[in-house]
Structures are given as C-alpha cells and as structure tokens.
Design a protein around this ligand. Structure first.
Ligand SMILES: [Zn+2]
Length: 356
C-alpha cells in the first residue's frame, strides 16, 4: 500500500493509555524520531459505535435498503464496527462494516417501543428466550430493563421490567451460552438488580449513582452513556407532562443531574463505551457529535479517542493496529474522532492497498 506518515494512535501494552506518535503505516507500522506536535494527519484504529441500530428506522423496523444505507453512513464517518443492541430486522451484509448483533430486544407487553421487541407475557420465560436469542446473535443479547408502565395512569413512571431473581437466571443463561448481556436502563430503581445479576453492559445508565458506578467498575460492568439520548430527556418529559406527570418529573431530574452523573461514572473508573443509539431517535454517522459531548462534559480529547477506538475494540474483542500492519484504520486532517475523517481504509480498500 501507499505509505502514510502521520500521528498514529498507539499504545505499548493493553494497560497503557494510547497516545499519538509520529510514524509510518505501510505493509507494517514503524515509528520515527518524535516530531513536535503540529499539523496532522492523524491515524487511528477504526472507531466503534457500541450502540447503533441498523435495523430500526424512524417509524419502526428498517427495510434492507435503509439498513444498508445506514451501514455505509457509519463507515463513512470512520466507524468500522458497531454493536447492534437489538434489531427487529433480518441481518444485512453490511461489509466492510463489522456488525456484532444482539438479536432482538426482549421486553414485556407494552413495555418498549411498539413492534420492535419480543414481548414476554410470562416474565419467567426470560432465561429460556435469552438462551434462544444467543443461538442467532453474535454473542450478545439485549434486554429492556426499565420503561414507563402506562397501566398506572397518572402515576405511571419508569419501572423495572424484571424481578432480580429472573435477571440473575437470564444473565446466567446467556453466559452459559457464551453470550454477554446488554440492558437498557434510564432510571435509578432498575440499577441495583442489574448489578446483582452482573449484566455486561448498562445502556444509557442515566440513573446510576456514584455508589452504583463504583460497584459497576468493581464488577467490570461497562456503561454506554449515550449522551445524545440524555439530551432528549426534556423533550420526552415535555411530551408526557400532561398525561404522565411523574414520568415527566423523573426524566427532568435525570436530565438536570447529567453532569454530576457523568463525572461520577468517570471518577469511579467505569469503562465507558461510545454509543449514539442511532436508528429511531438518532441519525446514523454522528459518532463525532456524541464524542464531542463527552469532551463538553469534561473528558480530554485524547481520552475520548482512546475510548472510542482501542478501548472499545478491546471490549468487543476486535483487532486494532498492530506492528505487522493495520486491519483497518481511519485518517483525520484535524481533531481525530471529533471531526469527520478524510478516509477510512479497510475491507476491500485494504485488500486493494495490499495488492498494489
Ligand atoms: Zn438503542
């Protein structure tokens, strides 16, 4: 391939934080004398969106063409891998984008967006259905952990969907089948049982306290904070205010607490995973917007780019750059991971580079 020289995001050991070093990528990777930091280009492993739904469109399940377009949009934004935590649509061949599927959302009747989830009449069926989903997914399952329970009229609020003992059995069923469990949770009351059941990731997690975060860090439970979704909480509250004032109040409180919450997750040492929740409420291809929010909430740019590349890839078991040459990589002219890339190399492109 045509050699490229620039600031390469690199780390010496999996424990050390990644930093930019002046080097050249060709058939292998080599580093040169340190140059004074200045202009780019910057080269990073492929970005990851750990929470994006190719199979969900604006009004429900996405068609095959829309899912493919969403995959291309992700790729063009520098995202070379996504984890798809729940999709009602049959998988598309999104290559070169790597897609790690978590089967379909599992919920209870009327306790998730209409038409997207498997809805269990009997919550005791959860472990069985989880085990079934592991057979067709890519090593993940997705549970809806809390949602508004509209059967309580004006008192309706976010409530957990599952008793703790059922969750414990369901997570065990996934782990016995070699799969990990991602759980949607906005509210505070849902979190204790997720920690007790030792789920693998908490999606959103906006109700987590500092103590929750400490426990999650201790157990190795990661959190996908989806700040773009948290920013929508005032609109969710506004829409519901008349009919469901308690729920509206809960959403408003979670939103008002957002900066402290994000600080708590960081200072407790929880692994944070980048996720846009694209598909449905959020557009695809906007990982930069999400990561810019992480900076606005107090993280450094280097921390953010490390989490969105090396750390997220580790977490999903995906390869990154290595000394013999890259699997796939992304080139930025400015602010890596926070601006759109100038090119994304991988898949067929990389094969062509190798042949050249
Ligand atoms: Zn989602």
């Amino acid at each position: 391939m045509e050699p490229i020289t620039g600031w390469v995001l690199w780390r010496d050991t999996p424990k050390s934080p990644a930093s930019f070093r002046w080097g050249t990528l060709s058939s292998g990777l080599s580093f040169h004398e340190e140059k004074t930091p200045g202009a780019g280009p910057w080269i990073t492993p492929g970005l990851v969106d750990v929470h994006a739904h190719l199979g969900i469109g604006e009004t429900g399940p996405a068609g095959q063409e829309d899912a493919l377009r969403a995959a291309q949009t992700n790729w063009n934004s520098g995202v070379t891998a996504i984890r798809e935590p729940g999709s009602p649509t049959p998988p598309v061949d999104a290559s070169p984008l790597t897609v790690i599927r978590a089967g379909r959302h599992i919920a209870r009747p009327k306790r998730y967006l209409r038409g997207l989830a498997i809805e269990l009449e009997n919550p005791n069926d959860l472990p069985k259905v989880v085990a079934q989903q592991t057979q067709t997914s890519d090593g993940w399952v997705k549970l809806v952990g809390d949602w508004i329970d509209r059967s309580n009229g004006a008192d309706s609020d976010l409530d957990p969907l599952w008793d703790t003992h059922i969750l414990v059995d369901a997570v065990a069923a996934a782990h016995d089948n070699g799969a990990r469990v991602a759980v949607h949770a906005f509210s505070r009351p849902a979190i204790d049982s997720l920690l007790e059941a030792r789920v693998d990731t908490i999606e959103h997690g906006s109700g987590m306290t500092f103590d929750h975060a400490v426990e999650a860090a201790r157990l190795g439970i990661a959190v996908t904070p989806t700040l773009g979704q948290v920013e929508l909480f005032p609109s969710f509250a506004g829409d519901a205010k008349k009919k469901y004032p308690r729920y509206a109040h809960t959403m408003t409180e979670l939103f008002d607490h957002r900066y402290q919450w994000f600080d708590d997750l960081r200072s407790a040492g929880v692994q944070l995973l980048p996720g846009t929740d694209a598909g449905g409420y959020q557009p695809h291809g906007e990982i930069q917007t999400e990561l810019q929010r992480w900076v606005d909430y107090g993280m450094t740019e280097t921390e953010v780019v490390d989490l969105a590349t090396w750390r997220a890839r580790d977490f999903l078991g995906l390869p990154s750059l290595h000394p013999e040459g890259p699997e796939e990589f992304v080139i930025f002219e400015e602010r890596p991971a926070l601006t759109k890339p100038v090119s994304v190399v991988g898949g067929a492109d990389l094969l062509q580079c190798r042949r050249a």
